[in-house]
Design a protein around this ligand. Structure first.
Ligand SMILES: [Zn+2]
Ligand SMILES: [Zn+2]
Length: 93
């Protein structure tokens, strides 16, 4: 007996970034990763690029496919922009 299983056109895959499941048609495969790791939401990948500041996959070390952008370099964090006065002595009377 052979059951004819309709292969569903959309199967659920897990976004490797936000770990939520979605239909693979909603997912992107931005790099050369294979298996379940290759799927990610386009928005998630873009957000990831924004946070990382580059478009290279950390797993497969491939450039993500065109279409993903990186923001301009974030402004340097200015710690200690106000000078710290060492040797400031409290004079108590
Ligand atoms: Zn996602
Ligand atoms: Zn990859």
């Amino acid at each position: 007996m052979d059951e004819d299983i309709m292969s569903s056109p959309n199967r659920l895959v897990e976004c490797r970034i936000c770990h939520s499941e979605d239909e693979d048609s909603n997912m992107d495969t931005p790099c050369s990763c294979c298996g379940t790791l290759k799927y990610a939401h386009q928005n998630c990948v873009q957000r990831w690029c924004n946070e990382k500041g580059d478009t290279t996959c950390e797993i497969c070390q491939q450039q993500l496919k065109p279409g993903y952008t990186v923001p301009p370099l974030p402004p340097l964090l200015h710690y200690g922009s106000s000078p710290i006065n060492f040797g400031y002595v409290l004079n108590s009377h």
